[in-house]
Ligand binder design. Structure first.
Ligand SMILES: N[C@@H](CCC(=O)N[C@@H](CS)C(=O)NCC(=O)O)C(=O)O
Length: 340
């Protein structure tokens, strides 16, 4: 706790010196530089990791590409800074990155002390546990006395302690700074269990030596609403970041995809679709962007559902179902306000 506070205080000082604070300064700086600098994961398959061609890929990565498409009309105008759990907040506060899109849970202290503005949720998650099937454990309640591998600087570490304490179970944490170290230690048998967000468990399991040896226990012990964040102090940039995610969700609601966006733009008589795609109204201007900002997001990156299926869905090694991340109209939690 103490370390976080010190880090937050020194980083807050850095903000005052280094980061553009007034509204619009980030957009100006991004435009002048010619690309968005996005804080990413060091390598979490499905969310943010270089693929086998060495290109960054993932749900969070797509969000950053969408932001670049909105600002520049070109989804390739983005660079990625790999950040560990511990490094990520300072990187955003100091102005090293314009946006943090790195499986980061929205919490009160991050929103306040750490000076972040979360722009929405791009993955509703919760923390779980993975064990070797051969351990014979069927429930997290049976983990009393177990050693658990966990990454520092995360909500995971804090929830783990809370969960064991509230269930009167003895806990031996084995703490690492990097996700690779954490997974490798678990994979080599240095801990009985591995804990992180359930999506992270699916991702990490997919890169263990033998994924079939591991099971994910049924308990979800926390709420982990993961979302991109910008820093305090620049409302215009925050608006752009927020409506980038909203546009991806709204596009899915309307069934607008990469493949049909041109046709829908040319033919749709739906007023909200026309406003969003820049055929009528001033949404782009209101965001200080080009009229086709949302068209470019959809054309170049796709809607939320397309990004989900491509990166983490049932046909990927993560095999995640939509669950809570389904649209509100289909029983999930994803809901974006209207373009009006
Ligand atoms: N959502 C949690 C956990 C996020 C997190 O950092 N998880 C780890 C384990 S899956 C991770 O992504 N590590 C990758 C890295 O450090 O680059 C948080 O915001 O604190």
């Amino acid at each position: 706790m103490m370390n976080w506070k010190i880090a937050a205080a020194s980083a807050a000082l850095a903000v005052a010196v280094a980061a553009p604070a007034h509204a619009g300064a980030t957009l100006d700086a991004v435009k002048q530089r010619g690309f968005v600098q996005c804080g990413a994961n060091t390598g979490l398959p499905g969310f943010g990791a270089p693929n086998d061609k060495g290109e960054w890929a993932g749900l969070d990565i797509d969000y950053c590409r969408a932001l670049a498409a909105a600002v520049f009309g070109d989804a390739s105008k983005v660079k990625f800074t790999p950040l560990t759990a511990k490094e990520r907040f300072t990187a955003l506060q100091s102005g090293e990155v314009d946006v943090l899109a790195r499986n980061t849970t929205i919490t009160l202290s991050r929103d306040t002390d750490l000076g972040m503005n979360f722009i929405g949720v791009n993955y509703y998650d919760g923390q779980g546990f993975m064990v070797r099937e051969s351990l014979g454990v069927k429930s997290a309640k049976e983990l009393g006395g177990a050693s658990v591998c966990v990454q520092t600087g995360t909500t995971t570490e804090l929830n783990l302690t809370d969960y064991f304490r509230s269930n009167n179970m003895e806990l031996k944490t084995v703490v690492f700074e990097k996700s690779d170290e954490t997974r490798i230690a678990y994979d080599e048998g240095r801990c009985d269990a591995f804990t992180t967000d359930a999506s992270g468990l699916a991702a990490e399991r997919s890169v263990t030596k033998n994924p079939a040896e591991h099971i994910i226990l049924p308990e979800i012990i926390s709420k982990e609403p993961l979302g991109p964040a910008v820093r305090h102090g620049d409302n215009e940039w925050e608006d752009i970041a927020r409506w980038t995610l909203n546009a991806m969700i709204i596009a899915e609601e309307f069934g607008i995809t990469q493949a049909n966006v041109d046709q829908i733009k040319a033919e749709s008589q739906n007023p909200e679709i026309r406003r969003m795609l820049g055929v009528e109204g001033e949404a782009g201007k209101q965001l200080k962007l080009n009229p086709d900002w949302a068209y470019q997001i959809i054309k170049q990156v796709g809607n939320y559902g397309e990004s989900f299926e491509r990166n983490v869905g049932e046909k990927t090694p993560l095999r995640l179902s939509r669950g809570l991340n389904q649209l509100w109209s289909k029983g999930g939690l994803l809901y974006a306000p209207p373009v009006r």
